[in-house]
Design a protein around this ligand. Structure first.
Ligand SMILES: Cc1cc2nc3c(=O)[nH]c(=O)nc-3n(C[C@H](O)[C@H](O)[C@H](O)COP(=O)(O)O)c2cc1C
Length: 357
């Protein structure tokens, strides 16, 4: 059997294969209330039917000001969690593991959704006050964030842990914390976006204090048997910015706090990042962190072929493969990949058997 279709057990969760659906914002909560819609059921449900091992719901905001756009999913209320529950349940009914990514967008919050132009939404245009580690805007023309006080930081940490509890109650069995792409935690981690001089700024350890505090609070509020993943930007592609060496150090600290897998992405914290994406461009980050830290890693980014995914696992570069855009193009990619790699299709749904080749 291929490595890709060999189950993986993380803590108490056995996942049927190592092909995970990457978290992807759908910007489709209808009434700007963060509540999931039929779109989310169909979108996530289809990817579960398509044979993925784990289906991860998009960056879901732990508080209203942590949304990227007014249409982002949220999980700061019981109502939001109760509408996510049947979605998690459907994913589970298809044999896939339901998962959710918890997020706070920090200084990159309050934008129109991409297909409406993605512009900054000022308060006058229906946006909201945004926050960050320091009063440094992401780019020219962006809103300057309010620097978070110690009290604000405490409430963000507890928003993550309360949202984690709600996620468990909604039936999600794997949690991922979004520490990447220039959103709040990532902003704290980088010396380019964090110029605080309290215990959350300065040294590497201080800059990593927020992600570590969030992980520690979340780990304590979820079952011992529940896998906890984090997504990081392994480098920010900027001179003097966050580096792979920093990621290795952080991953060691997060492992001690009970993180099970590092989902290795990159970039997103600077508009002038020097990023040259090519097939599998982030795989070396997953490989380095796995090797140096001895922790499970996920590889993501321009992985589109079954053989490429299989080779990455076989080389020992990562333990799971996350697919994003390829699964938007073809939600049934795993069904076909299993035929290609193993000559069988055990994940094929019985309702579709007549379409088998
Ligand atoms: C429509 C879209 C939405 C995305 N939303 C998120 C998100 O919510 N959280 C996240 O960590 N990454 C997000 N990403 C990044 C993907 O998870 C993935 O890392 C990226 O697309 C690279 O993988 P790919 O080449 O397989 O698409 C998004 C990407 C796309 C295309």
């Amino acid at each position: 059997m291929s490595n890709l279709f060999t189950p993986i057990t993380i803590r108490g969760e056995k996942i049927r294969n190592r092909l995970f659906v990457a978290p992807m914002c759908q910007y489709s909560a209808n009434n700007e209330d963060g509540v999931a819609t039929d779109w989310h059921m169909v979108h996530l449900g289809t990817r579960a039917v398509g044979g993925a091992g784990l289906v991860m719901a998009e960056a879901t905001a732990v508080s209203p000001e942590g949304r990227i756009s007014p249409q982002d999913l949220g999980i700061w209320s019981d109502e939001q969690a109760s509408v996510l529950q049947p979605i998690a349940s459907f994913i589970d009914s298809q044999g896939a593991t339901p998962s959710i990514q918890l997020a706070h967008a920090g200084r990159k919050a309050s934008h129109k959704r991409p297909w409406e132009g993605g512009d900054v939404l000022t308060k006058e245009k229906g946006g909201w006050d945004i926050v960050g580690p320091s009063s440094l805007e992401f780019d020219e023309g962006w809103v300057v964030p309010d620097e978070l006080t110690m009290e604000d930081i405490d409430s963000i940490i507890s928003a993550f842990s309360i949202s984690a509890v709600r996620s468990v109650e909604a039936g999600f069995r794997v949690l991922e914390l979004h520490l990447a792409h220039g959103y709040l935690a990532c902003e704290f981690m980088s010396p380019l976006s964090n110029n605080r001089n309290d215990s959350y700024g300065g040294t590497l350890r201080n800059r990593c204090r927020l992600p570590i505090d969030i992980v520690s609070a979340v780990r304590k509020s979820i079952p011992e048997s529940m896998p906890l993943l984090v997504r990081i930007s392994a480098t920010e592609y900027m001179p003097d910015g966050w580096s792979l060496e920093d990621s290795i150090e952080l991953s060691g600290w997060l492992k001690e706090e009970g993180v099970d897998m590092i989902d290795c992405s990159s970039g997103g914290n600077s508009p002038s990042q020097n990023l040259d994406a090519f097939p599998g461009y982030q795989v070396p980050f997953a490989a380095a962190i796995k090797k140096e830290v001895g922790i499970l890693t996920g590889a993501v980014g321009l992985i589109t072929d079954a053989s490429q995914a299989e080779q990455t696992l076989r080389n020992g570069e990562a333990d799971a493969i996350l697919l994003g855009r390829e699964l938007l193009r073809n939600p049934y990619w795993p069904l076909n990949a299993q035929v290609e790699l193993d000559g069988q299709d055990s994940v094929w749904p019985p309702q579709y058997v007549r379409a088998r080749r």
